[in-house]
Design a protein around this ligand. Structure first.
Ligand code: HEC
Ligand code: HEC
Ligand code: HEC
Ligand code: HEC
Ligand code: HEC
Length: 235
């Protein structure tokens, strides 16, 4: 449909890309009723400034295609508008901004058959089990004892703890684990060795709800900003 001088192509795509966010949000709102929007609640921590399309879109490549098709539709070229922004959000959407090579619990690992039983109790193959969106929170699963599904047989060699892991586990003290360990291993901090130095459970619950980070603010990886996400998308 468009015929463009190659020299001006870059400029042109620059403009188009600049429009993506706005158009995306526009289509999202035309497809989703205001009523639904109001009922879903506040964005989670760190997501306050993100546009809807950063999560409510298909795989990367498709996003551009969808927008193109929708533009064509807008000028009457196509008969039907492409379903946009109504796809279920998947962990792949999250990983576009939170791909962390150092994750000690990477979701892909838990598709291995040996985790089948554990996954029935705690579906660690997707982020949304523990981070449901639109709750104005950080972590939405309200227990922390699911470590029991995979670490039942844990033995730590030369265990440095004053009460060792084996003892904690034999006593089913599963709520203590997060009092020393963060889940993803993304914080840089000294893991305590004494039970008396553990993080209080109330501080962890507050953190889940959006409060201060008890593991500290020194992290190995941060989420991508929307601008960086867009840059990655068009490369
Ligand atoms: C950071 C990612 C993210 C962003 C940004 C985001 N959402 Fe969502 N949204 C989700 C997830 C995840 C769910 C599914 C929640 C669940 O199942 O726990 C969801 C669910 C919804 C639902 C419920 C119906 C459905 O499709 O599942 C609506 C409506 C919705 N979002 C609208 C919006 C709007 C409007 C915006 C922009 C203001 C937005 N979302 C921004 C992640 C996001
Ligand atoms: C467009 C990029 C983007 C997408 C997509 C995205 N996030 Fe984020 N997320 C961020 C940014 C930026 C922050 C704030 C910086 C940070 O804390 O890493 C953040 C923060 C978070 C935090 C809180 C971090 C903290 O300690 O306060 C969690 C949890 C989180 N995201 C989970 C998710 C999940 C789950 C999804 C998918 C449903 C998702 N994110 C999708 C960019 C994104
Ligand atoms: C089985 C539950 C579970 C799953 C699955 C899970 N998380 Fe988390 N996540 C947690 C818990 C618990 C915390 C708080 C402890 C911590 O900070 O590691 C957390 C913290 C975070 C944080 C903030 C701390 C940090 O690491 O920067 C981000 C961002 C995050 N999760 C993103 C994700 C993304 C993206 C996925 C999917 C790829 C995911 N999580 C899957 C439980 C989970
Ligand atoms: C679905 C299974 C599963 C769940 C649930 C789970 N883990 Fe793990 N965890 C693993 C696997 C697999 C490893 C990697 C062990 C290995 O490589 O031998 C691991 C590794 C770890 C490590 C060591 C990381 C390292 O590199 O030394 C810590 C600490 C840890 N988990 C803590 C926890 C805590 C705390 C919880 C509960 C909040 C938890 N895990 C829940 C499966 C799980
Ligand atoms: C008092 C703090 C504390 C508590 C409570 C605690 N840990 Fe640890 N854990 C440590 C320290 C310290 C290490 C050794 C250094 C390291 O790997 O970070 C460790 C190591 C580990 C390892 C790595 C083992 C290896 O061989 O590499 C895993 C897995 C683990 N802990 C899981 C758990 C689980 C599951 C629980 C809950 C039953 C738990 N921890 C409770 C402090 C604690």
């Amino acid at each position: 449909m468009f015929k463009i001088n190659p020299l001006r192509k870059r400029q042109f795509s620059g403009i188009i890309i600049g429009l993506i966010t706005g158009i995306g949000v526009f289509y999202f709102f035309t497809l989703k009723s205001t009523e639904q929007y109001v009922s879903i609640g506040p964005m989670n921590n760190g997501h306050e400034d993100l546009s809807c399309i950063t999560c409510h879109a298909n795989a990367k490549g498709n996003l551009l295609q969808q927008i193109q098709s929708n533009i064509s539709y807008g000028v009457g070229v196509r008969k039907a508008s492409v379903d946009f922004g109504t796809k279920d959000v998947s962990a792949n959407n999250c990983l576009e901004c939170h791909d962390r090579p150092n994750d000690r619990h990477p979701i892909y690992r838990f598709s291995e058959p040996r985790f089948n039983e554990a996954i029935k109790n705690i579906d660690a193959t997707t982020c949304i089990t523990c981070h449901s969106e639109h709750h104005g929170a950080r972590v939405t699963i309200n227990t922390g004892d699911y470590c029991m599904n995979c670490h039942q047989d844990l033995v730590v060699e030369d265990d440095p703890l004053d009460i060792d892991h084996e003892t904690l586990i034999s006593k089913q003290n599963w709520s203590t684990c997060l009092q020393c360990h963060d889940f993803h291993g993304n914080h840089k901090y000294a893991v305590p060795e004494k039970l008396s130095d553990t993080i209080p459970l109330t501080a962890i619950k507050d953190y889940f709800k959006g409060g201060k980070d008890p593991y500290g603010n020194d992290k190995k990886h941060k989420g991508l900003s929307e601008a960086d996400w867009l840059n990655k998308l068009i490369k």
